[in-house]
Design a binder for this molecule. Structure first.
Ligand code: GLA
Length: 382
């Protein structure tokens, strides 16, 4: 990403130079909507993200400019100072969550810009939170470790942005490692880097360019359904705290005590957790046929049981199948955004051309194509 755009704007607004920080967006190979259920996920950071220049200004005011939205915000650091612009609330929320944990965060000047497409399910918001969590931690010597920075980002979403998200996006953004996915157990935050270099395949995202805004979406309702099911199961099995601890047999016992909708959602979440385990085994064995089969099964589950897909994403999934793509599915929270595709190299060009032509013909707009490069997590650039 162009550092000079951020640098020039910062200089123009504040007539000085600050430190530059970057945090990436993420992909997730499999394990969707399992994080807040205490299950596992398999994300990786990408080479697109958020870049911010930051410099403490010796006051208690934050002066922030978003290049992409061409918008300026100025706010204090007390709870009642919350800015009205939603983009600024991410920065404010990070400061507040740090202060709540006893940190001495002071005012700063900042300019930021991103090349992770907004609302495409690539976690632009986590990239933004992680950039400020990581940057402020360093500039004010706050001493938070990386896991605490992850939680600060997640709590920002919960308390200042209205999304009861899990831990996956912020974790991937901060802990990302080039060429590796992260197998993360979301109940313990234990993790392992899994080398990911599928020889003979390309990983590509197809952006359905339909709007994806978790705040307005029924994301929180999905989470509630899962919690309802887990609470019903816990009556018979007190060791079950979240669906990540449950089996389909346990769920069957409470079928009559929960709504049909909650039952469907919980079935998906429990099955998805098993698919993740099976996919990790298959990856170790280099068995991409099984990886791909699981990825397609996740799409079906997200579409039919969890009901977070859209007609556009279902269509992209169908095209992928017809073009011999090994695995394809909707990625991220859902309700729009991208599919992730594991494509044999010799089928790649045909798939991309076909998907663009047929999608455009049906919906009157071309999908966007993003080749995936698994990259490093949050870092200081200068
Ligand atoms: C969003 C949330 C994550 C996760 C995914 C679905 O990206 O922020 O915590 O729940 O959806 O897997």
């Amino acid at each position: 990403m162009e550092q000079s755009i951020v640098r020039n704007k910062f200089k123009e607004l504040f007539n000085e130079e600050g430190a530059l920080f970057f945090s990436p967006g993420r992909v997730n190979l499999i394990g969707e909507h399992t994080d807040y259920n205490g299950g596992c996920v398999l994300p990786g950071a990408i080479d697109k993200g958020m870049l911010a220049e930051i410099k403490p200004n010796g006051t208690n005011q934050v002066k922030a400019f978003s290049i992409d939205l061409n918008d300026y915000a100025e706010f204090g650091l007390n709870e009642e100072d919350a800015p009205s612009q939603s983009w600024a609330r991410y920065i404010f929320g990070v400061c507040r969550e740090m202060i709540k944990r006893g940190a001495d965060v002071k005012g700063f000047n900042t300019v930021f810009s991103g090349d992770v497409p907004l609302g495409a399910g690539l976690s632009s918001s986590a990239a933004l939170e992680s950039t400020y969590a990581f940057g402020l931690n360093e500039l004010f010597n706050l001493g938070f470790d990386k896991k605490e920075l992850v939680l600060i980002g997640q709590k920002t979403e919960h308390n200042y942005c209205g999304v009861n998200c899990g831990i996956m996006d912020q974790f991937a953004s901060i802990f990302g490692k080039e060429g590796h996915l992260i197998r993360l157990d979301c109940s313990t935050m234990e993790y392992e880097y899994v080398p990911f270099n599928p020889e003979g395949y390309k990983v590509v995202l197809m952006d359905s360019v339909t709007k994806h805004e978790l705040v307005d979406s029924p994301y929180n309702k999905r989470r509630q359904s899962c919690e309802n099911a887990a609470a019903a199961i816990a009556k018979n099995h007190p060791e079950v705290k979240l669906l990540g601890d449950a089996t389909l047999e346990m769920l069957a016992e409470v079928k009559d005590q929960i709504s049909a909708e909650d039952f469907m959602r919980a079935t998906y979440a429990i099955e998805e957790n098993s698919r993740l385990v099976s996919t990790c085994d298959a990856l170790k064995a280099g068995d991409y046929a099984t990886v791909g089969k699981n990825i397609y099964a996740t799409h079906k589950g997200m579409s039919e049981l969890y009901e977070v897909s859209t007609v556009e994403l279902d269509y992209l999934n169908e095209i992928a199948k017809e073009c011999g793509v090994t695995g394809s599915r909707i990625m991220g929270g859902g309700f729009g955004g991208c599919t992730i595709n594991l494509v044999p190299e010799d089928k790649y060009d045909h798939f991309i051309e076909t998907a663009i032509a047929r999608f455009t013909e049906k919906f009157g707009v071309s999908p966007k194509v993003y080749p995936v490069k698994i990259s490093d997590g949050s870092r200081r650039l200068a």
